[in-house]
Write a protein that binds this ligand. Structure first.
Ligand code: OSB
Ligand code: MG
Length: 383
């Protein structure tokens, strides 16, 4: 693949309802879209970082910088046999996983378009439809949360994830469980607790939860192992697992029994698949997490979720759960049994709703192969 042109777009999309976690309250979803063009085709990817470094250390501005000054020049300067070859070539760049993942996704999307195979086909997906759930934020009061649970269940979601934080935890989950005895329920603390809260967290054990996601520090795998020994409920790690090596260490320590795989958090689909394969070999179930993606990241995450070991429902809800109008057409829809169809087309470019895309775009910039090669040429001529 020879890439001639890369375009970055900063999008701001109002959320239909505010989404509050233990670390932030979001009313607008900002993201970057990466478009790569070459060989007469194009590919799209999404950068899922937030405006502020609250989930991980990246921000949309650090991602823009890393893309503009490091990754895009490197991408334009030579040809690529495959997205895997690109991953290998950028492996010396430390961290900046979300920046990397956005461009890698665009290269996968272009590769898929050029090969005429869907991402699910390229990655060896085994399902045509995947089970998904809904992630519900912290609300001002219990009735507000119950109303969201009720509408989620009515829409067909069979698995509900509740965000928790100190003061909004055991008592709230008990209320939901009492009303929905057979609902698949799980909670996500986004690192809001410490080992001192072990007794409080053990109070969740009676509520038959599928899992407790990231209760302790964002970078911890040691205290989680201690906590897992004290709990009957399975711990699932999100923030703490940012690469396949950290995943292996966590599994060896017994820090979690389930892994949430977010391609953005781990540096892209190559790394996400490596984590999937590792977990498969160890008999550890996985699921695809979400970062309130637009349709672009959502369609690609659906392809990932079609792999064998993504056996638990993902945070890949229908477009209308997040946005009044998504940037793809048709939007992602939920089927009545709580599943979503895995896209069969090669390249999300064909799905884009350009009118919506334009209306959400705040800023865009184009980087061209020839400009990049010319500036490097000039550098070399300098005495
Ligand atoms: O911890 O899973 C998380 C959104 C932003 C940051 C962190 C998280 C989330 C979600 C969103 O839970 C789930 C979704 O995309 O539906
Ligand atoms: Mg999480």
């Amino acid at each position: 693949m020879q890439i001639d042109r890369v375009e970055l777009r900063w999008l701001s999309m109002p959320l239909r309802t505010a989404f509050e976690t233990s670390f932030a309250r979001e009313t607008v979803k900002d993201c970057l879209l990466v478009r790569v063009q070459g060989e007469g085709a194009e590919g799209w990817g999404e950068v899922v970082a937030m405006k502020e470094p609250l989930y991980n250390e990246e921000t949309l501005r650090t991602c823009w910088h890393i893309l503009e000054d490091v990754l895009i020049p490197l991408t334009l300067e030579r040809d690529w046999d495959s997205p895997e070859a690109w991953c290998q070539a950028v492996s010396h760049v430390r961290r900046n996983y979300m920046a990397r993942a956005g461009l890698e996704a665009a290269l996968w999307d272009l590769y898929s378009a050029l090969q005429g195979h869907s991402l699910a086909q390229l990655w060896g997906g085994v399902r045509e439809r995947v089970e998904v759930g809904i992630s519900l934020g912290i609300e001002a009061n219990l009735p507000a949360l119950l109303a969201h649970v009720q509408s989620g269940v009515a829409e067909g979601y069979r698995r509900v994830k509740l965000k928790i934080k100190p003061g909004w935890d055991v008592a709230i989950v008990e209320e939901v469980r009492a009303r929905y005895p057979s609902l698949v329920l799980q909670v996500d603390a986004n690192s809001a607790y410490s080992l001192k809260d072990a007794t409080l967290l053990a109070g969740l054990d009676a509520l038959e939860l599928l899992l407790i996601e990231q209760p302790l520090s964002h970078d911890d795998i040691v205290d989680h192992a201690t906590l897992q020994k004290l709990l009957r409920t399975s711990i699932c790690l999100d923030e703490s697992i940012d690469n396949v090596h950290q995943c292996r260490r966590a599994l060896e320590l017994g820090s979690a029994r389930i892994i949430n795989v977010k391609p953005g958090r781990v540096g892209g689909y190559c790394a996400a698949r490596a984590i999937h394969d590792l977990c498969l070999s160890r008999g550890v179930p996985c699921w695809v997490g979400g970062m309130l993606e637009t349709g672009v990241g959502r369609l690609q995450n659906l392809a990932l979720a079609s792999l064998e070991n993504f056996t638990l429902p993902g945070d890949i809800s229908a477009s209308r759960r997040y946005f009044e109008r998504d940037i793809i057409e048709p939007e992602v829809v939920l089927e009545s049994d709580g599943c979503v169809r895995v896209p069969e087309v090669a390249g999300v470019g064909q799905w884009l709703d350009w009118k919506a895309l334009h209306s959400y775009t705040q800023r865009s910039e184009v980087f061209r192969r020839w400009t990049c090669l010319y500036s490097q040429f000039k550098l070399r001529l300098r005495p």
